[in-house]
Design a protein around this ligand. Sequence first.
Ligand code: NI
Length: 225
Amino acid sequence: MMLHIPEVLSAAQVNEMRAALDATDWVDGRETVGAQGAQVKRNRQLPEQSPVTAQLGGLVLAALARSTLFFSAALPLRFVPPLFNRYEGGEHYGLHVDGSVRRTGAGQQLRTDLSCTLFLAEPEDYDGGELEVVDTYGVHEVKLPAGDLILYPASSLHRVTPVTRGARVCSFFWLQSMVRDNAQRAMLFELDQTIQKLRARLGESEETVALTGQYHNLLRMWSEV
Ligand code: NI
């Protein structure tokens, strides 16, 4: 399941982040991938150890913690600290699958169940730079307003098309979900959305309480917490 989460960051937060990002030094993005990724990756990133990366990454995670839609869809257990990338002058990232296990700064290993891209440049400020995600339904082109996020299974083949004008700036990161299986997680998300709609219409009715109970019993059965 791919999901667009709108307005994770406000326009003011995006501007603040861009001011910090545009004033800092970037390194070759090939530093953070294995040999296979290095052959197809052409972009720049903030160094993982940079204090700017840690500070802005903290702001991204704090903003996500306020999003009930994100929580409901991702059921996050652990995050890889957010990184930041920049594509311009024809830079691109060829077709690849993200690594299945990542080490966090604290030396913890986590399984990458979901990939996230948070857009930090407005779509009209650059040409190209679409995130193309391939799944069984075909190829999905993603280019979102600044402040919006796309969530997609980390197992998906994906690429970033060449940026031919302007600069594409994003934050990207992975998370391990409480529910490993994509189909089970999608079912829980749909059930939760149904419960929210029912609750808005009927309040704490017998139906809402019963469905909420079912939701928690499924989550108890499927979660790895
Ligand atoms: Ni990737």
